[in-house]
Design a protein around this ligand. Structure first.
Ligand code: BF8
Length: 632
């Protein structure tokens, strides 16, 4: 059996793929060996055509590029460009539901509606909107306008979402800007002024011959990342909750075993729920189920993949077929009529692989085209019509399924999901006080938020699952999102009973509140939910987020989005563990800024650790240190 994955369903399918000569991500990784050492260290520069240049890490070759850029400059420029891309992906995602909310508010779009009026009112109040005598449409319009203004305003004030959701952090960031100016005489801003602007600023200052100072570069990276976490991602979460409903706690199934042997299987993969919400809704229509039956299927089975899967799993009873490294494996089952994709984390390799089966690979976004895919353009103002068209294509494709090729692994597990901030508060009786009491009396030592991806360089899900298991043994509550949350759902860990494997303190809290020791908080943009919880705890205790016994981790990360998430955690005051190593080791200065200077300035910092136990030891030590400082 393959050791490429910790997940038995994946191991089965990887072996099946190998036996039948299907090329998978692990094969392509092998083909790439040895990977570029300059790239791994971050010392390769392609920012102008006097290059490409690279710095010799052994000190035997060139120590600067043609323009004179040192390893410190090159590494810093490269890593902040990663942040820019990650922040752009999340924030551009957030723009879509914000625009849609405005259209719904203006009654220009009638395919969507406001499903959570209570949340709309709460968000409006938080943003300081006067809610008197305003109907839901007016409020939706005003909330959306503030959100969209945060993307495009041209003044130098902080974005409104950060200011409204984390006033204390805003104050702290202002003090940091002031202190930096007093110390250096240089203007180095960290408060995001405009979500888009901070990303553009990075692209500007990393152009040849602009910013060459690693500290100034990294601080701009932090600014853009904060514009993601407290801006773009938060806007995505809040607008989506208003439009599609705030997640509620419920049970779903997870893993490839959710694919049905006798129904039309539609897998929705990507990130933006604007499309997937519609597919879920349309697939429940009686006429379409009847249509599927007329084509010989028992019904229609919609399953999610990656973070769009998380979005629909959080809000509906929709199972999830897997996380990032499952996308090709789902196709290998031979039982997928359509793989429908929007944006982000979608392998272009799916185009070739789906051709070996009857699976239709359907792209839908004007931003994400895949050579070899069928493109059906999704448009919000024709959402019902287009979703129906896509579902019908899947149904009609059922006749092409070759039953002799169907090979669905049996593995699937039940998972309790849906822990939005609102649901956590409800479980706690309306306030964060009971959680704070549990932290104060030591039943819960601290909280770790785990995020992010799979990466074929790491045994799939191994680090996610084992890190989480080890943390709860030490009475550390684990919350998280993204492919981590899917990993735990697949492994059957998202259950109240699993609290039996936690330390006595955490176990007792979970049993009283009837919650698992691991809380699935949603997709990657929903890391904003974790920030909101951290901010609520800090406000209640009247301390900064950096004073709290918290830690973050991205133990199998691979995307630029994860770099942005890690950075906004750090800048918000939460240290972050990473594995694999980010491409920064080519610069001692950049390593120092991210691991030491960040700690002095923001309270958060990065650590890199490959070993589960060692990583947990570091996290626990930080948590205990913070508890001591708080006097608890
Ligand atoms: O959006 S799907 S691989 S990037 S964790 Fe990572 Fe997974 Fe992508 Fe975050 Ni979500």
């Amino acid at each position: 059996m393959s050791s490429k994955s910790f997940d038995p369903a994946a191991r089965e399918m990887i072996d099946f793929g190998k036996k039948n000569n299907f090329e998978l991500v692990w094969d392509r990784l092998k083909e790439q060996q040895p990977q570029c050492g300059f790239g791994e260290l971050g010392v390769c520069c392609r920012n102008c055509v006097m290059g490409p240049c690279r710095i010799d890490p052994f000190g035997e070759g060139p120590d600067k590029g043609v323009c004179g850029a040192t390893a410190d400059t090159i590494v810093a420029r490269n890593i902040v460009r990663m942040i820019a891309a990650g922040a752009a992906a999340h924030s551009d995602h957030g723009r879509r539901p914000a625009l849609l909310l405005k259209e719904v508010g203006e009654k220009e779009n009638r395919d969507y509606e406001i499903k959570d009026e209570a949340k709309l009112v709460n968000v409006a109040k938080k943003l300081g909107i006067n809610i008197e005598n305003k109907d839901k449409f007016q409020l939706a319009k005003e909330v959306a306008e503030i959100a969209l203004n945060d993307y495009g305003k041209q003044d130098s004030n902080s974005i409104k979402f950060l200011e409204s959701y984390a006033p204390k952090l805003k104050e702290k960031l202002e003090q940091i800007e002031k202190a930096l100016y007093e110390k250096t005489g240089k203007i180095m801003g960290v408060l995001p002024r405009n979500i888009d602007r901070e990303i553009v600023d990075i692209m500007h200052r990393t152009h040849i011959g602009v910013d060459n100072d690693p500290l100034s570069l990294i601080l701009q990276g932090i600014r853009a990342a904060l514009g993601d976490g407290w801006g773009g991602s938060l806007i995505a979460t809040e607008c989506q909750d208003i439009l599609f409903g705030t997640p509620k706690v419920h049970t779903v199934y997870a893993n490839l075993g959710v694919l049905s042997p006798d129904e039309v299987n539609i897998v929705i993969h990507g990130h933006e729920p604007v499309l997937s919400e519609k597919i879920v809704e349309i697939a429940l229509k009686k006429e379409l189920i009847e249509y599927a039956k007329s084509k010989g299927a028992a019904g229609i089975n919609v399953a999610g993949m990656c973070c769009t899967g998380n979005e629909i799993l959080m809000r509906h009873n929709v199972p999830i077929a897997g996380n990032e490294l499952h996308q090709e494996l789902a196709v290998l089952t031979g039982a997928v009529e359509a793989m429908i994709v929007d944006v982000q984390c979608i392998f272009p390799a799916l185009a070739n692989l789906t051709k070996c089966f009857h699976t239709k690979f359907i792209s839908t976004s004007d931003q994400a085209m895949f050579p070899g895919a069928d493109h059906i353009q999704f448009e919000e103002d024709r959402a019902d019509e287009i979703a129906e068209k896509i579902v019908k294509i899947a149904i009609e494709n059922f006749a092409n399924r070759d039953k002799s090729k169907v090979n669905i692994p049996e593995h699937k597990n039940e998972a309790i999901v849906g822990f939005s901030v609102e649901q956590i508060l409800e479980a706690l009786g309306g306030t964060v006080e009971p959680l704070i009491d549990a932290v104060k009396n030591g039943k819960i030592k601290g909280i770790v938020g785990i995020v992010g991806c799979n990466n074929p360089k790491v045994e799939q899900d191994y680090f996610h699952v084992n890190l989480a298991k080890e943390l709860i043994k030490r009475d550390i509550l684990v919350i998280g999102t993204g492919c981590w949350a899917i990993a735990l759902a697949k492994a059957g860990l998202l259950s109240v009973d699993y609290a039996n494997f936690a330390g006595d303190g955490l176990k007792s809290v979970c049993k009283v509140l009837k919650i698992p020791p691991f809380l699935h908080m949603g997709s990657c943009v929903d890391c904003s939910r974790m920030l909101v919880v951290a901010s609520a705890i800090a406000d209640t205790l009247n301390v900064n987020i950096s004073d709290l016994p918290l830690f973050g981790s991205a133990p199998e990360w691979m995307t630029e989005k994860a770099v942005s998430i890690g950075t906004y955690f750090v800048a918000s005051g939460i240290p972050v563990h990473l594995w694999p190593i980010p491409p920064i080791l080519g610069s001692k200065e950049v390593v120092k800024i991210l691991t030491e200077t960040a700690k002095e300035v923001f309270g958060g910092y990065f650590i890199i650790e490959e070993d589960v136990e060692k990583a947990v030891n570091i996290m626990e030590a930080h948590i205990l240190e913070k508890r001591k400082a708080l006097g608890i």
